[in-house]
Ligand binder design. Structure first.
Ligand SMILES: [Zn+2]
Length: 122
């Protein structure tokens, strides 16, 4: 006596279809207003008010609220200023913008984990 295996099991019953009584109401999307500040470029969602000096900010990586570490890096404006000074005042003075912090952009990093927080450009 051989029992034939059931090669084609019957599909599971589909869940019963109810009406649209329990259909969720159309979810209202929160209006995201993307306000871009012209000079401060942020990474992450935290809104930190960065300036040229070390400031209290929330780290997007470790979420610590503490004073940032600022390092100054030459920006496009620094290079343009150096070029302008080179044309006007001679090549001896063209390195001045690279030595003046206020001519460079301030890069804020987390003093705890070293994560990049944001850049302030003059
Ligand atoms: Zn951090």
């Amino acid at each position: 006596m051989t029992s034939k295996p059931n090669l084609y099991p019957s599909p599971p019953d589909a869940p019963p279809q109810y009406g649209d009584v329990n259909a969720p109401a159309e979810s209202l999307r929160p209006s995201v207003i993307n306000v871009q500040q012209p000079q401060v470029y942020m990474q992450g969602g935290a809104q930190n008010n960065l300036g040229r000096m070390p400031t209290i900010a929330v780290c997007p990586s470790c979420h610590a609220r503490q004073q940032t570490t600022v390092s100054h890096e030459p920006s496009t404006k620094t290079h343009l200023l150096a070029l302008l000074i080179c044309l006007v005042g001679g090549i001896c003075c063209c390195c001045v913008p690279y030595c003046v912090d206020s001519c460079q952009s301030a890069v804020h990093t987390c003093s705890s984990c070293g994560a990049f927080i944001g850049t302030y450009q003059n």
